[in-house]
Design a protein around this ligand. Structure first.
Ligand code: NI
Length: 181
């Protein structure tokens, strides 16, 4: 297993639509293992391949911290086949550090995906699991959580993120300057 670098917005690769996996092979299984390790290192509950610059429709999800009955899920070509209700809850994203926003999602879903052995799995999800599935499938479609907000809100968040990035760079340059003195 190998730790991979998580892309942070405004990296353009986060806006790419991932391609469906045609064959479940060792390359895909290795990718899923890397993603699980990277998700745990980042203390996230989900990670989509687009977030590490691999445009394949695969995601890993682990909500066992909230519901220990649900083990690590390695989902290939996940899709929502049924949905019901609407619920708003706070969300974050490893690709959007510091951002926490109330996002509306389906309350209950039925998802279909292939597991690493190539078997088709269909499962009903609600609560955090349903939310994370929807968040990761959005990533695979090149969408980030702020794409679920109004244009006004989205603009505010993007400006805040750009400013934070600029500050970090200035801090670093300041520090280097001082170190050189
Ligand atoms: Ni995310």
């Amino acid at each position: 297993m190998a730790l991979r670098k998580i892309l942070v917005w405004p990296d353009k690769r986060l806006e790419e639509k991932a391609r469906p996996v045609v064959r479940v092979d060792d390359r895909i299984r290795k990718l899923l293992d890397d993603m699980a390790e990277t998700m745990y290192a980042g203390e996230g509950v989900g990670l989509a391949a687009t977030q590490i610059g691999e445009p394949a429709r695969v995601a890993v999800i682990d909500v066992s911290g909230a519901d220990e009955k649900v083990p690590l899920i390695r989902a290939i070509n996940p899709e929502i086949v049924e949905s019901e209700g609407r619920v708003t809850h706070e969300e974050g994203c490893l690709s959007l550090p510091e951002v926490r926003e109330e996002i509306a999602r389906f309350e209950k879903i039925k998802v279909r995906y292939k597991d690493p052995e190539g078997n088709t799995v269909e499962t009903a999800a609600h609560g955090l699991l349903a939310r994370v599935f929807q968040h990761e499938i959005d990533h695979l479609d090149g969408k980030l959580l702020f794409d679920r907000l109004s244009a006004l809100k989205r603009g505010l968040i993007k400006r805040k993120l750009k400013k934070a990035k600029l500050n970090t760079r200035e801090d670093r340059e300041d520090h280097e300057l001082r170190a050189a003195e």
